[in-house]
Design a protein around this ligand. Structure first.
Ligand SMILES: *[C@@H]1O[C@H](CO)[C@@H](O)[C@H](O)[C@H]1NC(C)=O
Ligand SMILES: *[C@@H]1O[C@H](CO)[C@@H](O)[C@H](O)[C@H]1NC(C)=O
Ligand SMILES: *[C@@H]1O[C@H](CO)[C@@H](O)[C@H](O)[C@H]1NC(C)=O
Ligand SMILES: *[C@@H]1O[C@H](CO)[C@@H](O)[C@H](O)[C@H]1NC(C)=O
Ligand SMILES: *[C@@H]1O[C@H](CO)[C@@H](O)[C@H](O)[C@H]1NC(C)=O
Length: 848
């Protein structure tokens, strides 16, 4: 249970605005707080300090509402949720949120366990806060209370809310009290949180698990209701573990006066899945037959320097009139095995009433104690470790705090404590605590990583092939992802530790991540690698290790010389069988293609205008299942900073071929692309057409010469016919290319097109031959043709090519059995576009 919960504050309501003894240290942070709303003129007090992602600290500020007459044990507050976000540079962003909830949520109560507040806030999903509150149909009937939570962001926007499964009512006092439930945010905060609550009128506890979705909704996942036999005292806490599960550690004990034969009191551990009911029995960590031992506090956390979790247990040992407080620590693994039990020696201070021991990120512990002198809350503390080394906490001993004595320890070992500010200020004091394992801190915020290549802030070449991560201990790959991002947060590649294709071992302690060609494709750009929790496990202990956060392991690609600009290119991608059927029968094709273009441009990344598509498609007949090609063209770059066409082709192919690990897999349209095909360019028809034209021009030139030659020989003959040769030759070339490159993709067309090309060709040759033979009968022609035998032969063959495919192709052809396609043939491009019969004809884009 939380440190604060054990503070008994008797005088808080009288000392809210007492004067503060000034203390001059450099790490004293004070803020002149002007609320953004019409708040009460009372002194702002820090109620809660939250260590938020990306090194932000969030404070919850409360202001007593002076207009409400004070009542014994109650303190009414301004009805705003007032948050102050402190950024690493010291900037403070205030926000006062008006929540549409009942007024009693803004009333603090003085309870035996400390200060009660229905509103509690927890950081979740790196951009949200979870806010708990309560609702009552009848304030005087404890059984009408329900507890709820809502999700807000740091700008005060409100997202989803939920009603929790149960609310606890003490049937002895017949009271509903705030703070009866504990909320534990998952170690992977996208996995939600656990709520632990005693069940009214039973010795059961409910363990409710919820998820908070990316759009801020709260979903109930599962709950366990577990029985904890009637014991005199039950001390229970939950620890979110690195692998996303929760460990419940609890201690129970019976009355010290009663001797029972069977040992019953002890320490137990129970592992809960984050989204499944548990079927496991608790494991025994420690059991004793010795009576008189009562556990009063358990404080556990993931160990940043060691393996697994660490718990610090406080117990009271009473024999007769002698009462002794004992402290010990132990480590446990996520399988439920505990080891390394060690007693801890605490140096006490006569002014201090309550002590707490907290684990420090760099190893060792912070002991802090709270007391009260002349109505001023005082705090005492020091740092120590298992070996009994003791260090000062670099603050005066003792130091004054505000009544709440809110504090937190940041990941960089900085201790933050709330103080009382001079009206209208609030104040904080911070101190950097002794770092026991500083030599293992290489800037990754991860004490398991010895080094990486590239290292933080390196310059890397764009064609880097591997990332290497060297750990201190022997490691094994696990299922968390290792993701490479561009500095703006766009994913370049993401691979799971157990995906052998991309992640492998260097040696026992090193893992290697293969880099795709497309990953670091922007020169002079910053990238970062984020390592999920549980991407690797410690090999010996089989314990998941925590990862590396965003923007920590960053480096920059070197500037490369600008490339020579290349021309536009045409190419195609293939849809998977599912993608094909989705595209043909379900999708709005226009929307699909629009998204496809956009997603591909973002994936490379290039300016979206550079990716184009004509809206046609073709069937791929080389595969057994029905799959279609979509044309994707890449336009040449407009500025030299952009990715050249040739590199963009390579990137696109690499991105699609490695789809499972790139953004292609997560795009709405791109997820339907076939990774076996990638991106292939097509011969550029404009170029082919160009060279064909050039050929025709040459031939025509030859023919003109030939024409003049023939005219000189015989001025009466119909020599203009020679000019038709140019057109005819072009037609032959195009027909043959069409059959070779295109018609073969359309099974049903292949045979007919061959028949319709070759058949009439042969017939025409025969007819031409017959005609020419007949003409030969005319003497002049006969003589001319005798003299020009070669010309006649050419005519004979070319006459056969006067085959009008168009008329044949425009007839209806049945393709694949269910599409009655209409085929268009465009003489210049000869790209084939067909559509199902029920489709609007205007969808077919006719190319120039
Ligand atoms: C605060 O109160 C004053 C006077 O009562 C009013 O003019 C002003 O608009 C209020 N401001 C806000 C932010 O509610
Ligand atoms: C520790 O982190 C806090 C919060 O991000 C930051 O303000 C502070 O400067 C850091 N301290 C050190 C010594 O780096
Ligand atoms: C909770 O959600 C419901 C439905 O979205 C909404 O109508 C209601 O106003 C929300 N309650 C609060 C306190 O935001
Ligand atoms: C609590 O449980 C006892 C026995 O099971 C029952 O008699 C009593 O009515 C219960 N009280 C409430 C408030 O549900
Ligand atoms: C303590 O908990 C254990 C395990 O849940 C149980 O077996 C034992 O009976 C409990 N002891 C008491 C005194 O409740």
């Amino acid at each position: 249970m939380k440190f604060n919960d054990y503070i008994f504050i008797f005088t808080i309501f009288t000392i809210i605005s007492f004067a503060i003894l000034p203390i001059t240290t450099q790490n004293y942070f004070t803020y002149y707080d002007i609320p953004t709303v019409n708040a009460s003129k009372s002194t702002p007090t820090i109620f809660d300090i939250i260590n938020y992602s990306d090194n932000k600290i969030i404070l919850r500020i409360i202001r007593p509402d002076l207009s409400i007459p004070s009542e014994e044990g109650l303190l009414w507050l301004d009805k705003y949720l007032s948050l102050r976000t402190i950024y690493p540079d010291g900037k403070v962003v205030p926000i006062d949120i008006k929540l549409d909830i009942q007024d009693f949520n803004f009333c603090l109560t003085n309870e035996v366990y400390g200060i009660g507040s229905p509103i509690k806030i927890y950081p979740i999903r790196s951009k949200f806060l979870l806010v708990t509150y309560a609702e009552a149909a009848d304030l005087n009937d404890p059984f009408t209370y329900i507890e709820k939570a809502m999700v807000i962001d740091l700008n005060g926007n409100i997202y989803g809310n939920t009603t929790f499964k149960s609310t606890y009512v003490d049937v002895v006092t017949n009271q509903w009290l705030p703070d009866q439930a504990g909320i534990f945010v998952n170690y992977n905060s996208y996995k939600g949180f656990l709520r632990v609550i005693p069940i009214t009128n039973t010795s059961d506890f409910g363990f409710e698990r919820y998820e908070v979705t990316g759009d801020g909704n709260i979903l109930f996942l599962v709950q366990d209701i577990l029985n904890f036999k009637e014991s005199l005292s039950l001390m229970l806490t939950a620890i979110p573990m690195v692998d996303g599960r929760y460990a419940i550690v609890y201690a129970n004990s019976t009355d010290s006066e009663v001797t029972s034969i069977i040992p019953q009191e002890g320490l137990y551990i129970l592992i809960l899945e984050y989204d499944k009911e548990t079927e496991r029995e608790p494991a025994v960590l420690y059991q004793t037959t010795i009576h008189g031992l009562k556990f009063t506090d358990i404080n556990c956390d993931v160990s940043y320097v060691g393996i697994g979790q660490v718990c610090i247990v406080t117990g009271e040992y009473t024999i007769g009139a002698v009462k002794e407080t004992i402290y010990f620590k132990f480590d446990f693994l996520s399988c439920g095995t505990a080891y390394n039990f060690k007693p801890l020696k605490i140096q006490t201070n006569p002014l201090i009433e309550y002590y707490a021991v907290q684990l420090l990120p760099y190893g060792g512990y912070l002991l802090s104690g709270i007391g009260s002198v002349d109505n001023i809350t005082i705090v005492y503390g020091y740092v120590f470790n298992d070996d009994g080394e003791v260090y000062s906490w670099n603050l005066p001993n003792i130091v004054e705090s505000n009544v709440i004595a809110g504090s937190t320890i940041l990941r960089n070992n900085t201790f933050v404590l709330a103080r009382v500010g001079e009206k209208p200020r609030w104040a904080l004091i911070t101190t950097e605590l002794h770092k026991f394992n500083e030599d293992r801190d290489h800037g990754y915020n991860n004490f398991h990583i010895a080094s990486t290549t590239p290292s933080i802030d390196d310059m890397i070449p764009s064609d880097l092939e591997f990332l290497n991560i060297k750990y201190y201990n022997k490691v094994e790959l696990s299922n968390g992802n290792i993701t490479i991002f561009q500095d703006d947060g766009n994913i370049r590649q993401t691979t799971s530790g157990i995906n052998g294709r991309y992640v492998s071992y260097g040696d026992d302690t090193t893992i290697k991540v293969a880099i795709l060609k497309s990953t670091f494709n922007q020169p002079g750009r910053r990238y970062y690698v984020s390592i999920d929790n549980n991407s690797v496990k410690d090999k010996i202990y089989q314990e998941p290790l925590y990862g590396v956060n965003d923007h920590v392991w960053s480096f920059t690609t070197t500037q490369t010389e600008t490339e020579i600009s290349s021309d536009d290119v045409m190419g195609q991608v293939r849809l998977t069988p599912e993608g094909t059927s989705y595209f043909l029968y379900e999708a709005d094709r226009e929307v699909f293609l629009m998204k496809l273009k956009r997603e591909l441009a973002d994936a490379i990344p290039v300016n979206p205008n550079r990716i184009t598509t004509n809206e046609g498609f073709e069937i791929d007949t080389s595969v057994s299942q029905k799959q279609i090609f979509l044309s994707i063209d890449i336009k040449k770059m407009e500025t030299e900073q952009e990715r050249s066409v040739s590199l963009a082709i390579m990137d696109l192919d690499s991105l699609i071929k490695n789809k499972p690990i790139t953004v292609i897999a997560s795009g709405e349209s791109t997820s339907y692309l076939d990774e076996d095909y990638g991106y292939k360019t097509l011969p550029n028809w404009r170029k082919t057409y160009g060279s064909a034209l050039l050929g025709i021009f040459a031939i025509t030139l030859v023919l003109i010469c030939f024409f003049f030659y023939a005219k000189r020989k015989n001025a009466d003959a119909k020599n203009t016919v020679i000019f038709q040769l140019g057109i005819i030759i072009f037609d032959v070339i195009m027909d043959i290319t069409f059959i070779i490159t295109k018609a073969k993709n359309i099974e049903a067309l292949y045979i007919p097109s061959i028949l319709f090309t070759i058949g009439p060709f042969i017939i025409s040759v025969i007819i031409a031959f017959v005609i020419i033979k007949k003409e030969e009968k005319m003497r002049e022609f006969f003589e001319w043709s005798r003299e020009n035998k070669k010309v006649v032969d050419v005519f004979t063959v070319l006459a056969g090519s006067e085959v009008e495919l168009l008329t044949i192709l425009e007839s209806k052809v049945i393709i694949g059995g269910n599409i009655v396609g209409r085929l268009y043939r465009f003489r210049d491009y000869k790209r084939v576009v067909y559509e199902s019969a029920d489709n609007d004809e205007s969808n077919v884009k006719k190319e120039p």
